[in-house]
Design a protein around this ligand. Structure first.
Ligand SMILES: Nc1ncnc2c1ncn2[C@@H]1O[C@H](COP(=O)(O)OP(=O)(O)O)[C@@H](O)[C@H]1O
Ligand SMILES: [Mg+2]
Length: 292
């Protein structure tokens, strides 16, 4: 059974993060600073959101608020609708056959489902990283990052372009590993490096919202830790929503956790509160490994 007492969580958090990050993690002052730094991050809110595949509702009447510049984890058993909910936020859900959405999703105060919305612009403005690394195989490493800028309509060139490529590769910890082979095939990278490249591609246009769907599910523990550190360090700048079925990961990287079950939001609370004093008995059952 997983020990979810605050002391056990703190011990795990400290053990899994590098010293610099662990210091941030346990310093309340640093956490407060993050909100002051939330200059460009925006709020996301779903309201009475239903998402269907044909006649089957995968998400039911979900109302969630995602705090600007914070990391919110969505946890819950496989098939409870986490990915579907995430894909409603950037209007990817409707790209699947017979998929429908009812309700609203507000990003920066605007309903992305309002009539007349530029769907392509919505998808471009929100960073998205999927479960399996998906570098563009026909492009080299550098071009993968540039593609992130181009897709968002950013047309910088020359030194400015090279500076942006380097900055985002630095930020995702890849620069030292790939700077001497930017023209190589991204498929020559390890799985963890490929996923950090995908994160770099998503972050290149400086999105204000970042959606991560089990970004470490296919990675080894070392690569997982690096991604978790990156996610942790994004707070303040990006409103991050991370789907994970790994409760320890949610505890390590998120400020707020939402627990879903059978398409419904059961509860959403500051991570520490949800893990130590959940208000719904079903959350407690899930956290203590008694179902799911
Ligand atoms: N493309 C699809 N077509 C039909 N049903 C789907 C599709 N994708 C997911 N579902 C169903 O929707 C429900 C929620 O799935 P999903 O959002 O992927 O859950 P999670 O990410 O929590 O594992 C599940 O019952 C799943 O079988
Ligand atoms: Mg999923």
């Amino acid at each position: 059974m997983t020990d979810v007492t605050p002391r056990a969580l703190d011990a795990r958090l400290a053990a899994r993060l590098t010293p610099a990050v662990a210091m941030r993690a346990v310093s309340p002052a640093t956490r407060d600073d993050a909100s002051d730094a939330a200059i460009s991050a925006v709020a996301v809110r779903t309201e009475q959101l239903d998402a269907m595949y044909g006649g089957v509702a995968a998400v039911r009447s979900a109302t969630l608020t995602f705090t600007p510049g914070r990391v919110t984890a969505i946890i819950g058993p496989s098939g409870c609708g986490k990915s579907t909910l995430l894909r409603c936020i950037n209007r990817l859900h409707e790209t699947q056959p017979a998929a429908r959405v009812r309700g609203a999703v507000f990003v920066d105060g605007r309903d992305v489902y309002a009539a007349g919305t530029d769907v392509v612009a919505v998808r471009r403005s929100i960073g998205f990283v999927a479960q399996r690394p998906t570098p563009f195989p026909s492009m080299n490493i550098r071009e993968n990052v540039v593609a992130g800028l181009r897709v968002a309509g950013i047309r910088v060139s020359g030194t400015e372009l090279e500076d942006r490529v380097e900055a985002v590769l630095q930020r995702t910890g890849l620069w030292d590993e790939v700077s001497d082979r930017l023209d190589s095939d991204p498929m020559s990278l390890s799985g963890g490096q490929q996923q950090r490249l995908c994160l770099a591609r998503a972050l290149a246009p400086e999105p204000r919202v970042l959606l991560l769907d089990e970004p470490t599910a296919a990675l080894d523990p070392g690569s997982t830790q690096r991604i978790e550190e990156l996610v942790y360090l994004l707070r303040g700048e990006v409103t991050t929503i991370i789907v994970t079925h790994n409760m320890q990961q949610a505890a390590r990287v998120s400020d707020i956790t939402a627990f879903m079950l059978e398409g419904e939001l059961i509860e959403q609370a500051p991570t520490r509160v949800l893990f130590t004093a959940p208000s719904d008995a079903r959350t407690e059952l899930y956290l203590t490994g008694r179902f799911g």
